[in-house]
Ligand binder design. Structure first.
Ligand code: ACO
Length: 429
């Protein structure tokens, strides 16, 4: 490799190519023509070495623990901004003026209601259905109401779908919850802000007034900010990949929600608290759980620990741990699960296994404890992640659809199955 020129010698052929350099200096070898020129493909299971896109949305430096949306450090956004402002930033690329922010918030507020006939949809699920399953189905189901307005190539359709998704996801989430607890649906209230409105739809009942606690709303708003985007993670890549087939944005985001649900991704916040509860009820001490997490023959891993990209403390986890102190102090006082979590972190961070592998708490380690202190049920935790992540999914879908380099996503494979063989009639097998 010289300058930005790269030569790959493979199978007797020389392939000359160049390096693609990002604004923060990351470098990738451009291998777009590798197969057509050499007959070879790259083999990179789970894509740790593959840059699938150029993106302007989010920058992560996993070695240093840095996360920025559109250039702005998340610490600053968390301290000074609101979730709706951050959503605007992530989706449109710049911080809004006052007028732009007001207009964006108004567009969202005007779309928060669901079509009345969609209410029946929630009744069809069993009351113990996981709300992520309902959320993914309902978001895909939303597309059925807007079939004339989801053309991925029509900027007006994309814009109104953006408002609809931002507006309706909290309503769908709250309706899923109300279904699961057998309570009447609470309709959106336009005078409340985005996060207050969500809390109101979750916790109000028609029979008495409900006041949103401003500290709770602020803490949840900050959690949404911290989840707003995380570049090419599993769910976002799913959104981009399904959208690359020119699927409408509702279908693509429904696919992203499903991918997020997995316990190795956004389902980890639920897993963490379930694990902490198991530890609390167990006769075993914390060391036993840490030993189990290290044992290759035991499938147990410490949920909320480790990350593909961060090899340092996840900057979101640091902010969330700080918020957990405040929220838990105010709402619960002493939370034995929070104590267990902090001791678990201490033990893990002093253990060679975790040190050598550079495993730190990730975004999910402390967030569930805050949600729990707020009175949110465990199976809603991944749904909260989804509400926070929505601006990122929308931004990536929009970037994908307008990028002239986008083609239908279609990885190759190294086939390892049987070579050609003759069909054997059933009575001769
Ligand atoms: N507990 C114990 N060991 C772990 C953990 C953990 N939580 N995470 C990783 N390791 C070990 C692996 O076993 C592996 O060990 P080895 O080198 O001896 O084989 C090593 O650390 C490297 O881990 P990988 O699994 O190769 O890392 P990968 O990048 O593939 O996976 C992941 C990342 C999925 C996040 C993983 O760390 C994990 O399973 N964590 C727990 C689930 C979790 O918290 N997920 C949420 C992630 S953040 C998000 O998506 C929102």
């Amino acid at each position: 490799m010289t300058g930005d020129h790269v030569r790959i010698d493979v199978g007797g052929t020389s392939y000359d190519t160049s390096v693609v350099t990002g604004t923060e200096g990351e470098q990738g070898i451009d291998i777009r023509d590798l197969r057509s020129e050499t007959g070879y493909i790259t083999y990179d299971p789970a894509f740790p070495n593959t840059g699938a896109v150029r993106s302007e949305i989010t920058y992560i430096d996993g070695e240093q623990g840095i996360l920025r949306y559109r250039g702005y450090p998340i610490e600053d956004l968390c301290a000074h901004s609101s979730f709706v402002e951050v959503a605007y930033l992530v989706i449109y690329g710049e911080l809004p003026t006052r007028a732009e922010l007001d207009a964006f918030a108004t567009h969202i507020t005007r779309h928060t209601l669901l079509r009345e006939d969609m209410r029946r949809f929630f009744d069809a699920f069993p009351t113990d259905a996981h709300p992520m399953a309902i959320l993914a189905s309902a978001v895909c189901g939303l597309s059925t109401f807007y079939q004339d307005h989801y053309n991925p190539h029509d900027p007006q359709d994309v814009e109104v779908s953006t408002f609809r998704l931002m507006a309706k996801l909290p309503t769908v989430a709250a309706f899923s919850y109300k279904t699961s607890v057998g309570q009447p649906y609470i309709y959106p209230l336009n005078h409340l802000d985005y996060t207050e409105n969500f809390l109101h739809m979750m916790f109000a009942v028609p029979s008495e007034p409900y006041e949103v606690d401003p500290d709770v709303a602020k803490a949840l708003d900050q959690l949404f900010i911290l989840h707003a985007d995380h570049e090419q993670n599993c769910s976002t890549s799913t959104v981009r990949m399904s959208g690359s087939s020119h699927l409408n944005i509702f279908g693509s985001i429904s696919a992203g929600i499903t991918a997020l649900w997995g316990p190795l991704h956004g389902g980890a916040n639920q897993e963490v608290v379930e694990t902490l509860l198991r530890i609390q009820q167990s006769e075993d001490d914390l060391q036993t759980f840490v030993q189990r997490a290290k044992d290759k023959h035991d499938p147990f891993r410490l949920p909320g620990f480790g990350h593909r990209v961060y090899k340092n403390y996840d900057p979101r986890a640091a902010l969330i741990k700080d918020a957990a102190h405040k929220v838990i102090d105010k709402l619960v006082g002493d939370d034995p699960l929070f104590d267990i979590a902090r001791r678990l972190e201490e033990i893990a961070l002093a253990d060679d296994y975790f040190v050598e592998r550079r495993l730190y708490p990730n975004v999910d380690f402390y967030s569930g404890l805050i949600y729990r202190a707020m009175g949110l049920p465990l199976n809603m935790f991944p749904v909260l992640f989804a509400i926070g992540r929505l601006p990122g999914w929308i931004a990536h879908w929009r970037e994908m659809i307008s990028d002239p380099e986008t083609r239908i996503n279609r990885p190759r494979q190294i086939y390892t199955g049987a070579t050609q063989r003759d069909y054997v009639p059933i009575d001769q097998r």
